[in-house]
Design a protein around this ligand. Structure first.
Ligand code: ZN
Length: 178
Protein backbone atom coordinates (compact mmCIF):
# COMPACT_ATOMS: atom_id res chain seq x y z
CA UNK A 1 0.00 0.00 0.00
CA UNK A 2 1.39 3.44 -1.05
CA UNK A 3 1.81 6.13 1.55
CA UNK A 4 -0.19 9.22 0.56
CA UNK A 5 0.87 12.72 1.55
CA UNK A 6 -1.73 15.34 2.44
CA UNK A 7 -1.81 18.72 0.72
CA UNK A 8 -0.38 20.40 3.84
CA UNK A 9 2.49 17.95 4.00
CA UNK A 10 3.27 18.48 0.32
CA UNK A 11 3.07 22.21 0.80
CA UNK A 12 5.64 22.00 3.58
CA UNK A 13 7.92 19.90 1.41
CA UNK A 14 7.56 21.83 -1.87
CA UNK A 15 10.51 24.09 -1.27
CA UNK A 16 12.84 21.14 -0.72
CA UNK A 17 11.28 19.25 -3.60
CA UNK A 18 11.86 22.15 -5.99
CA UNK A 19 15.49 22.31 -4.93
CA UNK A 20 15.80 18.54 -5.21
CA UNK A 21 16.73 18.11 -1.56
CA UNK A 22 14.32 15.32 -0.59
CA UNK A 23 15.11 11.68 -0.23
CA UNK A 24 14.25 9.47 -3.20
CA UNK A 25 11.23 8.11 -1.36
CA UNK A 26 9.82 11.51 -0.41
CA UNK A 27 10.52 12.89 -3.88
CA UNK A 28 8.45 10.05 -5.29
CA UNK A 29 5.54 10.73 -2.89
CA UNK A 30 5.51 14.44 -3.64
CA UNK A 31 5.72 13.81 -7.38
CA UNK A 32 2.78 11.44 -7.23
CA UNK A 33 0.76 13.92 -5.21
CA UNK A 34 1.51 16.75 -7.61
CA UNK A 35 0.44 14.66 -10.57
CA UNK A 36 -2.95 14.12 -8.95
CA UNK A 37 -3.51 17.47 -7.22
CA UNK A 38 -3.89 20.57 -9.42
CA UNK A 39 -3.92 22.89 -6.36
CA UNK A 40 -0.50 21.75 -5.15
CA UNK A 41 0.78 21.61 -8.74
CA UNK A 42 -0.15 25.28 -9.14
CA UNK A 43 1.69 26.14 -5.93
CA UNK A 44 4.67 24.16 -7.14
CA UNK A 45 4.73 26.05 -10.45
CA UNK A 46 4.60 29.40 -8.64
CA UNK A 47 7.46 28.35 -6.43
CA UNK A 48 9.47 27.13 -9.43
CA UNK A 49 9.01 30.55 -11.04
CA UNK A 50 10.22 32.32 -7.93
CA UNK A 51 13.22 30.04 -7.66
CA UNK A 52 14.13 30.68 -11.29
CA UNK A 53 13.89 34.40 -10.68
CA UNK A 54 16.20 34.00 -7.73
CA UNK A 55 18.68 31.99 -9.81
CA UNK A 56 18.53 34.72 -12.48
CA UNK A 57 19.46 37.34 -9.89
CA UNK A 58 22.27 35.14 -8.68
CA UNK A 59 23.53 34.79 -12.25
CA UNK A 60 23.45 38.55 -12.69
CA UNK A 61 25.68 38.78 -9.65
CA UNK A 62 27.96 36.25 -11.29
CA UNK A 63 28.13 38.46 -14.38
CA UNK A 64 29.27 41.37 -12.25
CA UNK A 65 31.18 39.29 -9.73
CA UNK A 66 32.55 42.24 -7.81
CA UNK A 67 29.25 43.81 -6.75
CA UNK A 68 28.48 41.00 -4.34
CA UNK A 69 27.16 40.66 -0.83
CA UNK A 70 30.78 40.26 0.24
CA UNK A 71 31.55 43.65 -1.28
CA UNK A 72 28.58 45.14 0.58
CA UNK A 73 30.03 43.76 3.82
CA UNK A 74 33.35 45.23 2.88
CA UNK A 75 31.83 48.67 2.39
CA UNK A 76 30.00 48.42 5.71
CA UNK A 77 33.19 47.55 7.61
CA UNK A 78 35.59 49.74 5.69
CA UNK A 79 35.68 52.73 8.01
CA UNK A 80 35.97 50.48 11.07
CA UNK A 81 38.87 48.75 9.32
CA UNK A 82 40.61 52.06 8.57
CA UNK A 83 40.19 53.11 12.19
CA UNK A 84 41.56 49.77 13.46
CA UNK A 85 38.30 48.95 15.18
CA UNK A 86 37.87 45.47 13.76
CA UNK A 87 39.01 42.27 15.42
CA UNK A 88 41.78 40.28 13.75
CA UNK A 89 39.41 37.92 12.00
CA UNK A 90 37.30 40.66 10.41
CA UNK A 91 40.29 42.73 9.48
CA UNK A 92 41.88 39.77 7.67
CA UNK A 93 38.57 39.25 5.90
CA UNK A 94 38.59 42.87 4.73
CA UNK A 95 42.18 42.54 3.54
CA UNK A 96 41.32 39.40 1.59
CA UNK A 97 38.35 41.09 -0.09
CA UNK A 98 40.50 44.10 -0.95
CA UNK A 99 43.07 41.83 -2.55
CA UNK A 100 40.59 39.83 -4.60
CA UNK A 101 38.05 42.51 -5.47
CA UNK A 102 39.13 45.48 -7.63
CA UNK A 103 36.10 47.52 -6.55
CA UNK A 104 37.02 47.02 -2.91
CA UNK A 105 40.66 47.81 -3.59
CA UNK A 106 39.66 51.03 -5.32
CA UNK A 107 37.50 52.01 -2.34
CA UNK A 108 40.33 51.29 0.05
CA UNK A 109 42.77 53.35 -2.01
CA UNK A 110 40.29 56.22 -2.21
CA UNK A 111 39.69 56.26 1.51
CA UNK A 112 43.43 56.12 2.24
CA UNK A 113 43.98 58.97 -0.21
CA UNK A 114 41.25 60.95 1.52
CA UNK A 115 42.78 60.21 4.92
CA UNK A 116 46.17 61.33 3.66
CA UNK A 117 44.71 64.57 2.35
CA UNK A 118 43.00 65.19 5.66
CA UNK A 119 46.19 64.42 7.52
CA UNK A 120 48.25 66.74 5.29
CA UNK A 121 45.87 69.63 5.76
CA UNK A 122 45.79 68.96 9.49
CA UNK A 123 49.60 68.98 9.64
CA UNK A 124 49.63 72.20 7.65
CA UNK A 125 47.26 73.88 10.08
CA UNK A 126 49.32 72.62 12.99
CA UNK A 127 52.54 73.99 11.47
CA UNK A 128 50.96 77.31 10.70
CA UNK A 129 49.79 77.50 14.28
CA UNK A 130 53.28 76.57 15.46
CA UNK A 131 54.78 79.32 13.29
CA UNK A 132 52.33 81.87 14.58
CA UNK A 133 53.03 80.80 18.12
CA UNK A 134 56.83 80.98 17.81
CA UNK A 135 56.51 84.29 15.96
CA UNK A 136 54.55 85.77 18.84
CA UNK A 137 57.04 84.41 21.39
CA UNK A 138 59.97 85.88 19.45
CA UNK A 139 58.11 89.14 19.14
CA UNK A 140 57.60 89.28 22.90
CA UNK A 141 61.28 88.53 23.57
CA UNK A 142 62.52 91.20 21.16
CA UNK A 143 59.93 93.78 22.24
CA UNK A 144 59.58 94.73 18.66
CA UNK A 145 55.89 94.08 18.33
CA UNK A 146 53.84 96.72 16.68
CA UNK A 147 50.99 95.98 18.99
CA UNK A 148 51.15 97.94 22.20
CA UNK A 149 51.65 95.78 25.22
CA UNK A 150 48.44 95.59 27.09
CA UNK A 151 48.52 95.14 30.85
CA UNK A 152 46.31 92.55 32.33
CA UNK A 153 43.28 94.40 33.76
CA UNK A 154 43.60 92.39 36.95
CA UNK A 155 47.17 93.62 37.50
CA UNK A 156 46.04 97.20 36.84
CA UNK A 157 43.22 96.90 39.33
CA UNK A 158 45.34 95.28 42.05
CA UNK A 159 48.07 97.92 41.60
CA UNK A 160 45.50 100.69 42.02
CA UNK A 161 44.07 98.96 45.08
CA UNK A 162 47.53 98.50 46.61
CA UNK A 163 48.43 102.18 46.08
CA UNK A 164 45.12 103.23 47.63
CA UNK A 165 45.69 100.91 50.59
CA UNK A 166 49.20 102.34 51.13
CA UNK A 167 47.80 105.88 51.21
CA UNK A 168 45.10 104.92 53.71
CA UNK A 169 47.63 103.09 55.94
CA UNK A 170 50.02 106.05 55.75
CA UNK A 171 47.10 108.36 56.65
CA UNK A 172 46.13 106.28 59.66
CA UNK A 173 49.75 106.08 60.89
CA UNK A 174 50.10 109.85 60.41
CA UNK A 175 46.85 110.54 62.44
CA UNK A 176 47.87 108.16 65.24
CA UNK A 177 51.48 109.26 65.71
CA UNK A 178 51.54 112.91 64.81
ZN1 ZN B 1 -2.47 18.73 -2.86
Amino acid sequence: MEYKLTCDQVCALLNFYAEDKLSTKLTKYVKEHLENCPVCMEKYNQMKKMLNKFIEIQNEEMENPYATKQYEDFKTNLSAYIDNELNDFDSIKIKKIAISNPLARQDLENIYMFKKLLHTSFEKTKNEFKNDFSKSILCQIRHDCNEETKLDPFIKLSTAFFIMLSFITAGIIWILYF
